[in-house]
Design a protein around this ligand. Structure first.
Ligand code: URA
Length: 432
């Protein structure tokens, strides 16, 4: 068996065996297979696709290249949620406390923001003292004690994904359903949770531009998870507009706390309840309706907020900050973006809005950029809203002098019309 033969087989539309995939991944990681052969393989897989069985085998062999986390001590209650990424997506900060207050054990490894999307780890680091770097034994003890442990990605899990993803990023091979599905699911499965809920986004701020594409990706990931004996569900949700009003780290933490304290409703509360109830339903064998009622009760009774306080304190964070996460960023300058016209907002380019937040200092252009955790934006008007000329659309927060440029870029991300646009649902479908 040679790398050449494997690339050739895939190029010609063949189906690779587990043995071939194992050989190829091992060669990539040892350096025996050079980057140019790995890149050729990725392009062949991108253009030819992979069968369900082949995608499953690729996922399995990717997992086998690294460590795995054993969450069996939590029995049927270990749970994880994964979002395929978006702008203003702070749902983990709300879903985890709701689910844990129902007895689930949320042991979760999260990412940092890169490009236009935010990351949960950065949002949590806007709390002084919060530790995102627990060792695996500390991570397990934290989940046991507080019901929730959320930490940064563990480098020992799925090294093959790190290698392949960095090549996909520069060879135009990211947007392939089998490659995305195996990349995401290898990490989720290695992290060990029995119950996994996926939030698969579509629209202008997501990898998948349409709901049917997002559904195809979700079905592929569910298929892989089920083959590994995990309980799976997926919510296909709209990322044609940012989620909630806040984009930026401390700003999003603040909005999440507002939802948990009952001060805030709207799309962010609704999707958090749906995601939490899907997890509760899977872990406890309840109907979606029963689980949803429990999630609402956890939120409205204040149980979920208490759970968040327990979690943050136990993971080293200053709980006092939760009452007002933006207070310690008082030095941020604010800048109001006003509407240039009267009419309706008919479309928002969500990716561009995420890039505005990055330019303000809330996100990274490069891996090593240092964040301004208080930077970002508060969106006052969204798709479907009527606005008058001169009315505030958004408030920018930044320490950099870039606010006027960011304001111009923000306006370039909005489209106006004289007619009210059709109302797009927040949730396209739930797949169980
Ligand atoms: N996120 C991942 O982890 N992998 C992908 O391929 C795409 C998004």
């Amino acid at each position: 068996m040679t790398a050449y033969e494997i690339i050739q087989k895939k190029r010609d539309g063949g189906t690779l065996s587990g043995e071939e995939l194992r050989f190829f991944l091992a060669g990539c990681l040892s350096g025996d297979i050079p980057d140019y052969q790995a890149a050729a393989f990725l392009m062949a897989a991108y253009l030819r696709g992979m069968t369900d069985e082949e995608t499953y085998l690729l996922t399995k062999e990717m997992i086998a290249t690294g460590d795995t986390v054993d969450l069996s001590r939590f029995g049927e209650l270990s749970a994880d949620k994964h979002s395929t990424g978006g702008v203003g997506d702070k749902t983990t900060l709300i879903v985890a406390p709701i689910a844990a207050s129902e007895g689930l054990k949320i042991a979760k490894m999260s990412g940092r923001g890169l490009g236009h999307t935010g990351g949960t780890v950065d949002k949590l680091e806007s709390i002084p003292g919060y530790r995102t770097d627990l060792t695996v034994p500390e991570f397990l003890a934290q989940a046991e004690k507080a019901g929730i442990a959320v930490v940064g990605a563990n480098k020992a899990l799925v090294p093959a994904d790190k290698y392949l993803y960095s090549l996909r990023d520069v060879t135009a091979t990211v947007s392939s359903i089998p490659l995305i599905a195996s990349s995401i699911m290898s990490k989720k499965l290695a992290a060990g949770a029995k119950n996994i809920v996926l939030d698969v986004k579509y629209g202008s701020g997501a990898f998948m531009k349409t709901a049917p594409e997002a559904e195809a990706l979700a079905r592929k990931m569910i298929d892989i998870g089920k083959r590994f004996g995990r309980n799976m569900a997926a919510v296909i949700s709209n990322m044609d507009r940012p989620l909630g009003e806040a984009v930026g780290n401390a700003l999003e933490l603040s909005e999440a706390v507002d939802v948990l304290r009952g001060y805030k409703g709207g799309d962010i509360r609704e999707i958090s309840l749906v995601l939490a109830s899907e997890l509760i339903a899977l872990a406890k064998g309840l109907t979606p309706e029963e689980a949803y009622a429990r999630a609402v009760d956890a939120l409205d009774s204040g149980r979920a907020y208490k759970q968040m306080q327990t979690w943050i304190a136990s993971q080293g964070g200053d709980v006092g900050v939760l009452a007002s996460p933006m207070a310690r960023f008082a030095e941020e300058h604010t800048y109001t973006v006003e509407s240039p016209v009267s009419g309706y907002i008919c479309r928002m380019d969500t990716e561009k809005i995420g890039l505005v937040s990055t330019a303000l200092g809330a996100g990274r252009r490069k891996k090593d950029d240092v964040l301004d955790l208080g930077a970002g934006l508060t969106i006052l008007k969204k798709t479907g809203d009527r606005v008058e000329k001169g009315e505030p659309l958004c408030v920018l927060y930044t320490k950099s002098p870039s606010a006027p440029d960011a304001a111009r870029d923000y306006l370039a991300a909005l489209h106006f019309s004289q007619e009210a646009p059709a109302n797009e649902p927040l949730i396209y479908k739930v797949i169980r």
